[in-house]
Design a protein around this ligand. Structure first.
Ligand code: AMP
Ligand code: MG
Length: 418
């Protein structure tokens, strides 16, 4: 089942292209199997397990699309003619007219009210002339005007939503419109999250010499929450083989996916790689991207493991590039949400080396001539301020060189994925 290749692309080998690394990861991941039944109010951002099939027509009966008069098309006048119809009652939403509209008759009707028996057309009230207990109507109306037909939105028996659907607000409304109060959704994947590094300090404690607050766990926790997976926070693990072994074993025993940050760069903490190799099938990949580069990927027991780089921006960009798609597959989402990539004009020169995909942090501005993009500041992979200040990633493709002022570049707005 596993498609992991344990050699062939170590730190010393040639770097993997971003898209190849992602493909390898996705190939190695299978969706969760379990499911549960939840109330519709808890179904948003969950993944449908069973198809939703319409048990009724929506709308359930023909009804008025405007306020006006329900009439029989056979009574409507031809060109130049005028018809006079007697108004015999009223139909309001929730209060249908109980009788039948006969020849020469009309029923006052409000938007959403069921069309009375005998009527097949609704005349907007502004297009008729009220006259005592009747109406006068001229030419220009056709059979079926302003009538919403039964089943016009959804016909009974139709599969409205397929398994694997990541439920959106309109989806929830659609299910509600069928009268269904509960849905079967896939189990939420459990994601264990940990930070590694002797220098990391927990929030709320004074920074010791050489210390650094553990920001990655908070950044990644927030990004995971947005996906509505179950986050199992494993805290900070020091750079000690035994502690790391314990922490990863525990995390993998309880989680579907284990995500760590730090400790994957070679040389600095080589035992991390050894611990991972001893526990499961893990590889260190050099990915041709900036920020990013070393990523660990593999399996510990039944869990998928992804080790992100420690630098805060690299960790977050790699999260969006790799962890998020992996989790979407794990969640059982059949069609990944569309992430828009569009063109914007570079407001200044952007330096770029061929041979790696670069994700630069930018600020996208609307201008009368279209979208313009500029750098959001220092692009170092530890500089979180430029990520926070930015509103998009500028994606510079693998083979491209520097970008000159006025050239078009691909941008992905943050709003599309975070
Ligand atoms: P590493 O990948 O462990 O070599 O770490 C690379 C850089 O990222 C180092 O400067 C680390 O101090 C920093 N770093 C690692 N983990 C974190 C974290 N959880 N929060 C903030 N910075 C980190
Ligand atoms: Mg480290």
């Amino acid at each position: 089942m596993s498609t992991f290749i344990r050699s062939g692309c170590g730190e010393k080998g040639s770097a993997l292209r971003v898209e190849d690394a992602l493909h390898r990861m996705l190939d190695a991941v299978t969706p969760v199997k379990g499911y549960e039944q939840v109330g519709l109010l808890d179904a948003w951002c969950r993944v449908l397990h069973e198809p939703v099939v319409a048990a009724i027509d929506v709308p359930s009966r023909a009804n008025a699309a405007v306020d006006g008069y329900a009439v029989r098309a056979a009574d409507l006048p031809g060109p130049g003619g005028v018809a006079e119809l007697a108004v015999i009652g009223t139909a309001r939403a929730g209060h249908p007219f109980p009788g039948t509209v006969q020849a020469g008759q009309a029923v006052r009707i409000m938007t959403g009210a069921h069309l009375p028996e005998g009527a097949d057309t609704v005349l907007p009230q502004e297009q008729v002339e009220a006259q005592g207990a009747g109406i006068r109507v001229g030419e220009g109306h056709g059979q079926g005007d302003n009538v919403r037909l039964a089943g016009e939105d959804i016909a009974r028996g139709t599969t409205v939503l397929a398994p694997g659907r990541y439920l959106t607000p309109p989806d929830i409304g659609l299910i509600a419109s069928l009268g269904q109060g509960e849905v079967k959704v896939k189990r939420r994947p459990r994601v264990a999250l940990l930070s590694t590094g002797d220098e990391l300090c927990a929030l709320g404690h004074p920074l010791p010499a050489g210390g650094l607050y553990d920001s990655n766990r908070y950044t990644l926790h927030a990004a995971l929450k947005r996906l509505n997976v179950k986050v199992m926070d494993q805290g900070i693990v020091p750079d000690e083989p035994e502690r790391l072994r314990e922490a990863l074993t525990r995390a993998a025993a309880n989680a579907d996916v284990v995500v760590s940050s730090g400790g994957v760069s070679v040389g600095e903490a080589d035992f991390v790689r050894d611990v991972l190799l001893a526990l499961g099938s893990i590889e260190l990949w050099k990915v041709a991207m900036k920020p990013g580069r070393p990523i660990a990927f593999g399996r510990i027991g039944g869990a998928v493991f992804i080790g992100l780089p420690g630098n805060p921006v690299a960790a977050l960009v790699c999260f969006f590039q790799f962890v998020q798609p992996v989790l979407e597959k794990k969640m059982g989402i059949s069609e990944r949400p569309v992430v828009p990539v569009f063109k914007a004009i570079a407001a200044h020169r952007l330096s770029k080396k061929p041979g790696r995909t670069e994700f630069q942090r930018g600020i996208l501005d609307p201008t009368p001539g279209g979208w313009r993009v500029r750098s959001s500041g220092h692009q170092g992979s530890a500089i979180l301020t430029s990520m926070s200040r930015g509103n998009c990633l500028i994606v510079l493709p693998h083979d491209a060189g520097p970008v000159e002022v006025g050239e078009a570049v691909d941008v992905v707005p943050f709003a599309a994925f975070m």
